[in-house]
Design a protein around this ligand. Structure first.
Ligand SMILES: *Cc1c(COP(=O)(O)O)cnc(C)c1O
Length: 393
């Protein structure tokens, strides 16, 4: 029996995270499989060395240079330009979203999301003493506007978290759905201290945004409206961990109204982004073309994988991300373990019976295909592809 004064609510909780196993083919945490080139490594090393010469000093607390570089990147990637004051960054987008919950969540407040979705969201809520409410996504894993309106009216959430493309289904939300949520959120947040109405803050988590298929818009476009219709309660979250190939750097960011960003500055720890992180991120952003050069190929590999899984008789979800949800398996844990014995690490996550695999190098994908065929050769296939509704069930 422990004598430590554990906070109520944390009883029995365990640290979040996928298994970290040293196996030849790791396709379980949606990383970019291509390491930075020697030139990129050298530039990062030079930038870090330069920053190291002033490590006796605290880093730049508001890091405008990095925020400008991120704004420039967003302008190139999505065509939407925001001033650096509308960009915020932290150690991974996980920390960025925690900042959002620290500012807007808290005791008596609600964070709303729509499942199946990213399994960290309940943890941001737990860690900020915010109540987490999960409503259901539509049958095709987008949103049902009526369900959104009902949930918003019932709970008056302070924060709504929308992953788009969603993890683990890969589904990107149509901009109309995001717009509908933003409209439903108006005036429906918790009452302010003086009794006045507030808007729910809507976070669109675009961690996989760069993998979206051509023609699929980014919610950043909704930030750019300048005809009085702009959404001061919208935040679009991005990360350098996925498409950008810098998961080890720990750099996530968001774009939002200046008002919202300035509130995040209230809760960040002083000097939360180290001088080394800032220097390395700026150096990496200068190489964005090279670091992102594999993204188009990875998108094509993803589409080919969906196709192949379907040819094998499995159900595979359409994906706008760098991973694919597939199944169903009567015993998905057994399939996971048998794959692992063959040196291929995937992820047990999402709807019952389903597994998630992310896009690796062509050699890794070949190993995945060979292993899956070997492991599932005797397993019954569904008579026809399951609809998203059946995946849900
Ligand atoms: C991976 C992931 C993130 C972010 O991770 P960071 O490495 O903390 O930037 C955020 N949201 C979703 C849905 C993810 O899958």
């Amino acid at each position: 029996m422990s004598t430590l004064p554990l906070r109520p609510g944390l009883e029995g909780e365990t640290p979040y995270g996928a298994p970290e196993l040293e196996v030849p083919v790791r396709l379980n945490v949606n990383e970019n499989p291509y390491p930075p080139s020697p030139e990129v490594v050298q530039d990062i090393a030079d930038a870090v060395a330069q920053a190291a010469s002033t490590l006796n000093r605290y880093p730049d607390r508001d890091f405008p240079a990095l925020r400008q570089a991120l704004a420039d990147y967003l302008a190139v990637e999505s065509g939407v330009r925001v001033p650096w004051e509308q960009v915020w960054a932290a150690n991974g987008s996980n920390e960025v979203m925690l900042h959002v919950l620290q500012v807007f969540g808290g005791p008596g407040r609600v964070c709303l999301s729509f499942t199946p979705t990213y399994s960290m969201y309940p943890e941001y809520a737990r860690d900020t003493l915010t109540r987490y409410v999960a409503a259901a996504r539509a049958e095709d894993f987008t949103l049902e506007v009526d369900v959104v309106r009902e949930a918003v009216a019932a709970h008056h959430p302070a924060v709504i978290l929308l992953a788009s493309p969603n993890n683990p289904t890969g589904t990107a939300l149509p901009l109309d759905d995001v717009r509908a949520v933003l409209e439903a959120a108006r005036g429906q947040g918790p009452l302010a201290a003086d009794g006045s109405a507030t808007d729910c803050v809507v976070v669109v988590d675009e961690a996989y945004g760069e993998f979206r298929r051509p023609g699929v818009p980014s919610a950043l476009e909704l930030l750019a409206l300048e005809d009085g219709q702009a959404y001061p309660h919208l935040a679009v979250c991005r990360t350098m961990s996925k498409a950008f190939g810098m998961a080890g750097l720990r750099l996530g960011y968001l774009a939002a109204s200046r008002e919202l960003v300035d509130l995040l500055r209230v809760v960040r720890l002083p000097y939360h982004l180290s001088a080394l992180t800032q220097a390395a991120a700026m150096a990496a952003l200068a190489h964005r073309e090279e670091l992102m050069s594999q993204v188009a190929a990875m998108r094509a590999d993803r589409d080919a994988l969906v196709q192949w899984l379907r040819e094998q008789g499995w159900t595979a979800c359409d994906s706008d991300s760098n991973f694919v949800l597939f199944g169903p398996f009567a015993d998905r844990d057994a399939v996971f373990r048998a794959m692992l014995e063959r040196g291929v690490l995937i992820r047990v996550v999402g709807p019952a019976g389903y597994l998630r695999v992310c896009i690796g190098t062509p050699e890794e994908m070949e190993a995945f295909r060979r292993s899956l065929q070997a492991v599932t050769s005797d397993l019954p296939r569904p008579q026809r592809a399951h609809t998203p509704k059946e995946i849900h069930a």
